[in-house]
Design a protein around this ligand. Structure first.
Ligand SMILES: Nc1ncnc2c1ncn2[C@@H]1O[C@H](COP(=O)(O)OP(=O)(O)OP(=O)(O)O)[C@@H](O)[C@H]1O
Ligand SMILES: [Mg+2]
Length: 264
């Protein structure tokens, strides 16, 4: 087997609450192979977002190891961290908050390309912008729109274009569709899946919905109170959940229930 793109080893995340330090992630370990999707499920407050931020070095108080492409993210030099920030990016729940409201989409993407020295002039930037918009399923005319003139799903597409255009190869999507209308949730998830299968993007999908995980995740991590209680191939876990909490989750999804009955 090839070396995983990401290996998390005994990761702990703590927060200071008043005078105490409270652990939100309590020694979590797993790895993600290149080109795979790892799903993370767990009840509210189980530490999923804390884990996500720690993986991307957005959380100061993390101990343990996060090895990305052979380098420890928690111990990177400033220069290495800058490169890492391009290669590994977060996809947030609310795409509006991460877009500048005063910049048209085309200008925003061109600015990112320019800052990173990826386009030499306006024409190159415009051509690349159009290509990235096409990659995420948006017509070139969206370049002339402001963020508020897009739907939530379209904004999430723009966010993905922005991550990809600077060379993202690893995405952490923390409930990327929960703020979106149900009718577009599947479209965005399918786009992420396509980026995985067609461009080799490696990603972590955080969510609650096991039916979604069945379609998206190759491997699944189940968290409870800051710990991993189950980890394995998603199909295996869904077919025969071992931990009581996972059993409860699986039982709560009618879709999965049916799938299990079909197998039996
Ligand atoms: N900035 C913070 N300061 C103090 N405690 C925090 C902070 N952020 C999160 N926590 C605590 O850490 C624990 C894990 O929170 P986290 O947001 O990681 O959970 P989650 O699994 O993402 O939940 P949800 O499904 O609701 O998004 C919770 O008990 C939460 O209250
Ligand atoms: Mg969360």
């Amino acid at each position: 087997m090839s070396t995983p793109l990401l290996t998390v080893d005994n990761l702990r995340v703590t927060y200071r609450v008043g005078r105490r330090r409270v652990a939100a992630v309590k020694g979590v370990s797993f790895s993600v192979a290149r080109g795979q999707c790892l799903g993370i499920v767990g009840e509210s407050g189980s530490g999923k977002s804390s884990l996500a931020r720690a993986i991307l070095a957005l959380e100061p108080a993390a101990t343990g190891q996060v090895i990305f492409a052979g380098e420890d993210v928690l111990k990177m030099s400033r220069a290495a961290r800058q490169v890492f920030r391009r290669r590994a990016q977060m996809v947030f729940q609310d795409p509006l908050g991460s877009l500048n409201p005063r910049l048209k989409i085309g200008a925003a993407l061109a600015e990112v390309l320019r800052v990173h020295g990826l386009a030499r002039n306006r024409r190159e930037a415009a051509a690349q912008t159009a290509a990235w918009l096409a990659t995420v399923g948006l017509d070139a005319e969206y370049a002339t729109r402001f963020p508020h003139e897009l739907s939530g799903g379209q904004r999430q597409r723009v966010n993905l274009a922005r991550a990809l255009c600077v060379g993202a190869e690893f995405l952490v999507a923390d409930e990327p569709v929960s703020a979106l209308d149900v009718s577009v949730q599947a479209q965005i998830l399918n786009l992420l899946k396509t980026l995985q299968t067609e461009r080799g993007i490696t990603w972590v999908l955080i969510g609650h919905d096991l039916a979604v995980m069945r379609h998206m995740a190759d491997e699944l991590v189940v968290m409870q109170a800051g710990e991993v209680v189950e980890h394995g191939r998603a199909v295996d876990i869904l077919a025969s959940p071992q931990h009581p909490y996972t059993r409860e989750l699986v039982a709560a999804v009618p879709d999965v229930d049916r799938a299990l009955q079909c197998r039996a």
